[in-house]
Design a protein around this ligand. Structure first.
Ligand code: IPE
Ligand code: IPE
Ligand code: MG
Length: 621
């Protein structure tokens, strides 16, 4: 856990943000958070880097849009161009979200955070809608109206931050989903947000009055005998002072009712404790000098602030040290840079710049068969099975089978490169494999990232992709898989998709959930959903259909492997256990494939092999 003194560059590095433009976006959000959200900024520093920058992006970006809606001109009156600028920002945000990249630094950071943490965009659209109304001036007649506004603008934003904090406890459900099942919790959270909003209404009163806006319900003013005109003229009356004290007391009571989520990482408990503690200080500062609220925002008392924050920092650092942040955020695939010739050309150009080496030949000197282009499978997927039985048959521990399996994997990848295969997908660890004994899990969790790293350092022309889910995987495994994806993304030879913690049903369920969210947000029409649109929500959307699915080890089942992508795959079950496999097994399998006939439901002969396999190169063994 970094201390607040850690420079932002280090925080970005630890969050995996290497792109200079993206860092600039996060920096702009950080500065906006520090300038306008003293408490939020102080609390963000108690969080580990990936969560910290996400907090800045959410808070900073919302402030940036809010400022557009509230803009005043040089004369202090409402800026007439603000509605147009707000609309332009919202339209650009929608376009950027579709493209997966921001066209200005703040939007870039916001979109990066939303995609990394898979935050549903619906809350922002609701918030934008309310800000559109703000442009035309807003008055709250009743507490009910004030509450409604709060529930549309502030609650969802606070809950998004809450959703990020829940991830630290391994809970990936959105807070709304939790609240839906526990209505009492929903009410208490709403009350806590109201406490914060009411506090901010008091401390920001002077700024709001400057824009001609009274952030309190008319009903509250009437009840206290406060005249709106007096308030706008910043006239301190005993009635106003009484009202301010009562509202501060009210907010404190609401804050006291705050219910913490049921499962908490200890450091998150510390951060939330610091957050409410600082808000109590803010309330006290407001209640101590109510008349001053009409002229300036009260400062947090420095001594009390430090007395609260210093132990919180120490406790948070200790807790993150003892229980490191368990979730590895999943950054979006960076959109390729535009060049005059388009993104694909940019990727190819980059690939040309990176040196790649040819794969080493097989020790036997075997060369790949030459298959006619039309008989070549584009995508071969393999269930690498039989490691354990291979080892047991030799009186070795099963873990030795996995170690030998790694050698088979590397050789098969070299063979795939030699024969010019486009896609090779390997089933390395299934979501069901967690049922295995601890020593086997430990070996697999060590060997899998190791072999991926080995392929990267070999500098062969392999682009690594990972299909699977991060949940339950050790953070360093996730990190190494993502590093490999990043480091090899410009390679154009073989695409090697490693299925690690992969389950076909889980993949389809996750895609369905994603689409359901999109539908709720109004961005997808459920009535016209295509298979193509569905496939875009799978772990690796670009993965083509499997042409040939091979399973070694003698069993004839697919064990939850690529159910969507392999619906029309040719199946080939081999008795050979995986550790005994080498590149020649792959080549043989591809030759067998080339002799098959694929019909795809039709009667016409759609040849996997159009011509007899004559005129081949050297024999395969
Ligand atoms: C495949 O080999 C490797 C993994 C499932 C990770 P097994 O370990 O399943 O080997 P057998 O099927 O028990 O022989
Ligand atoms: C499938 O093999 C998973 C991998 C090869 C990674 P399993 O050995 O786990 O499959 P079942 O349990 O025998 O079906
Ligand atoms: Mg097995």
């Amino acid at each position: 856990m970094s201390s607040p003194a850690v420079p932002p560059t280090c925080v970005y590095r630890r969050s995996g943000i290497h792109d200079a433009a993206l860092r600039r976006g996060y920096e702009a959000c950080r500065r906006a958070t520090r300038a306008t959200g003293e408490i939020e900024y102080a609390v963000s520093l108690l969080l580990p880097p990936p969560l910290r920058i996400a907090t800045w992006a959410l808070y900073g970006a919302v402030r940036a849009v809010d400022d557009l809606a509230d803009a005043v001109g040089p004369d202090g009156a409402a800026d007439p161009g603000r509605a147009g600028r707000l609309e332009a920002w919202i339209a650009a945000f929608d376009a950027d979200l579709r493209a997966g990249r921001g066209s200005d630094p703040v939007r870039q950071a916001l979109i990066h955070t939303m995609l990394t943490w898979n935050l549903p965009p619906g809350f922002l659209h609701t918030l934008f809608e309310e800000l559109r109304q703000d442009v035309h001036g807003r008055r709250f007649a009743t507490w009910q109206e004030w509450r409604r506004y709060n529930s549309l603008i502030n609650t969802p934003l606070v809950l998004r931050a809450g959703s990020l904090l829940l991830r630290a406890a391994g809970v990936s459900a959105e807070p709304e989903a939790i609240a839906a099942h526990v209505p009492d919790v929903a009410v208490l959270w709403q009350t806590a947000v109201e406490a914060i909003y009411l506090t901010d209404a008091l401390v920001d009163l002077s700024d709001d009055l400057g824009r001609g806006h009274v952030p309190l319900p008319q009903e509250a003013l009437d009840e206290a005998g406060v005249c709106r005109a007096d308030l706008l003229a910043r006239r301190a009356t005993p009635e106003f002072e009484g009202l301010a004290r009562r509202l501060a007391e009210q907010a404190r009571t609401w804050l006291d009712r705050m219910a913490l989520p049921p499962v908490l990482h200890p450091a998150v408990g510390v951060a939330l404790g610091a957050y409410t503690g600082l808000y109590r200080l803010r309330l006290k500062a407001a209640a101590d000098a109510p008349a001053a609220l009409l002229h300036r925002r009260p400062a947090l008392p420095r001594g009390a602030r430090l007395r609260l924050l210093l132990p919180a920092r120490a406790k948070a650092a200790l807790s993150w040290g003892l229980f490191p942040f368990p979730v590895q955020p999943c950054p979006p695939e960076p959109a390729p840079a535009e060049t005059p010739d388009g993104p694909e050309e940019a990727r190819l150009q980059a690939a040309r710049r990176r040196p790649v080496v040819p794969p080493p030949p097989h020790p036997s000197g075997a060369r790949p068969p030459r298959l006619p282009a039309e008989a070549m499978p584009r995508h071969v997927a393999i269930v690498m099975d039989g490691n354990g039985r291979w080892a047991t048959a030799r009186g070795l521990p099963r873990t030795d089978g996995h170690r030998r399996g790694v050698e088979a994997l590397v050789d098969v990848v070299h063979g795939a490169l030699e024969i010019g295969l486009e896609h090779l997908t390997l089933y390395a660890f299934s979501t069901e494999n967690w049922k295995r004994p601890a020593d086997e899990l430990q070996t697999l969790m060590y060997e899998i990232p190791q072999v991926v790293h080995r392929l990267v350092t070999e500098k062969v022309d392999v682009r690594v992709r990972w299909a699977g889910t991060p949940s339950r995987l050790p953070a360093d495994v996730v990190e190494k898989l993502l590093d490999a994806e990043r480091e090899t993304r410009d390679h154009t030879g073989l695409t090697l998709t490693m299925c690690v913690n992969y389950g076909g049903r889980a993949e389809i369920t996750a895609a369905a959930a994603k689409l359901a969210q999109e539908a709720v947000a109004g961005r997808v029409d459920p009535g016209s959903l295509s298979e193509h649109a569905f496939a875009r929500c799978l772990h690796v959307p670009e993965l083509p259909d499997v042409d040939l699915l091979v399973r070694t080890g003698g069993d004839q089942r697919t064990s939850n492997f690529l159910p969507w992508q392999a619906t029309y795959a040719e199946l080939l079950f081999l008795d050979i256990p995986w550790p005994a496999v080498d590149r020649r097994t792959l080549w043989d399998a591809m030759e067998q494939y080339a002799r098959r006939t694929r019909r795809y439901g039709s009667v016409a002969r759609i040849p996997a092999q159009a011509s007899p396999l004559s005129g081949r190169g050297a024999p395969t063994t």
